[in-house]
Write a protein that binds this ligand. Structure first.
Ligand SMILES: [Zn+2]
Ligand SMILES: [Zn+2]
Length: 402
């Protein structure tokens, strides 16, 4: 009986080990380089949160209490005093700036640590060029909706499975919003994740037609001490593509100038050769600070001011990003925008064009003569015989990818 149980356990363990690997196998976005990243586990966030912490009064820095955090409400916080064991409701506004930032950050960072850890096998798959589907990552987004990692990877997965970039935009936007929320509190955390989220969202926005939003995102991604080379590559490609875009999609004067100023920041020539017509995404994600160091991180931010540059020059993950590792490029054929078909050269609307037609509008009641007017009506496009396409794309031979 016991032996059978052990055998069964081993069987299930093996199943668990092999299943996720198989479920993830799906080739797509092309990786120039694959790199495995190690990660550190954060043990028990709840355990950490129940520990006593020192809280300081805003009015008097010598007034300090030691208490564990029980609950955070919109304007108050419930603390359990270490000495008496009594619970006390304290108004957030009466606590020091550092304590207030801590309260805003602590649950977000706890979630980030949990999501980052649980995402590791999926992220390793991405870095090895195996792309899971959006649905495979979604449970980790639903579990920790305020963390940026899963939504960023959902964006990548979406880009990989549909040439319609507008499906990827909401995922990347959510990731940007989440990482921006942290940087609004302290800007000395997760710089690589910040840049990756902004730069990836910029590509999806550009492809979906949101040119000026895209430039704004790229501009934000270059606010640090150094800018990764792929951002200059993407910016250069945008500037180039802008010249060939449809009138309504072209950049207006202001974003055009911003794009120029981004490109002007490039001081060194590119050590890495990028594929000319391809936008690059970044899979580089750095871990959140551990809860054990959160107080130090906040203190560092308060001491060093709001200049983000001060923090990042020597950061290891940031260096990895600058070295251009884990950069997949968009998989879709540019000639046909991933559709595998060439649009009708007459630029008809899916095989339909508007033609003028003279129609009888009514009768003049004074003289009894008919009133004619010219109206536009739908008719099949003569160029493509109403099919809307002019055959398979020659560049990708109808596959949509290259
Ligand atoms: Zn046509
Ligand atoms: Zn094609």
């Amino acid at each position: 009986m016991r032996v059978r149980f052990v055998l069964l356990s081993v069987y299930f363990l093996l199943m668990l080990m092999y299943l996720p690997v198989e479920a993830q196998t799906q080739d797509g976005l092309d990786l120039d380089q694959a790199e495995q990243q190690s990660q550190s586990m954060d043990d028990g966030a709840e355990d950490y949160l129940s520990r006593p912490r020192k809280w300081t009064a805003a009015s008097d820095s010598t007034k300090i209490i030691t208490a564990s955090l029980m609950k955070v409400n919109p304007t108050t916080v419930v603390l359990k005093m270490e000495d008496s064991g009594q619970e006390k409701v304290v108004r957030k506004g009466t606590l020091s700036k550092k304590d207030q930032i801590y309260l805003d950050l602590v649950y977000l960072i706890a979630d980030d640590n949990a999501q980052y850890t649980q995402l590791q096998s999926i992220l390793d798959g991405f870095q090895a060029g195996k792309y899971p589907k959006v649905e495979d990552i979604q449970p980790l987004h639903i579990k920790y909706p305020k963390s940026p990692y899963a939504t960023m990877l959902m964006g990548i997965a979406s880009v990989n499975s549909h040439p319609d970039y507008d499906k990827a935009v909401p995922y990347f936007e959510k990731a940007v919003k989440n990482v921006a929320e942290r940087h609004a509190l302290v800007n000395n955390i997760m710089p690589t994740t910040y840049i990756s989220c902004y730069a990836n969202c910029a590509v999806a926005q550009w492809r979906a037609g949101g040119g000026s939003v895209s430039v704004k995102l790229l501009d934000d991604a270059t606010k640090f001490s150094e800018t990764p080379a792929f951002i200059f590559h993407n910016s250069g490609l945008m500037a180039k593509e802008d010249g060939f875009r449809m009138e309504k999609l072209r950049l207006s004067v202001k974003p055009k100038a911003t794009l120029k100023s981004i490109l002007a920041k490039q001081t060194t020539t590119n050590p890495k050769t990028f594929k000319e017509e391809k936008f690059y995404f970044s899979l580089n994600l750095d871990p959140p600070p551990s809860l054990h160091t959160l107080d130090e991180v906040i203190q560092d931010f308060l001491d060093n001011g709001k200049d983000a540059n001060a923090f990042y020059v020597k950061e290891k993950p940031f260096q990895d990003l600058l070295a251009g590792k884990n950069l997949p490029y968009e998989p879709w054929c540019r000639n046909c925008a991933g559709r595998g078909l060439i649009r009708c050269p007459a630029k008809c609307n899916r095989g339909v064009i508007s033609v003028p037609k003279t129609v009888l509008e009514g009768v003049n009641t004074l003289n009894g003569k008919p009133i004619y007017n010219e109206r536009y009506v739908d008719a099949p496009c003569p160029t493509c015989s109403g099919k809307g396409v002019a055959g398979n794309c020659e560049v990708c031979r109808g596959t949509g990818r290259y």
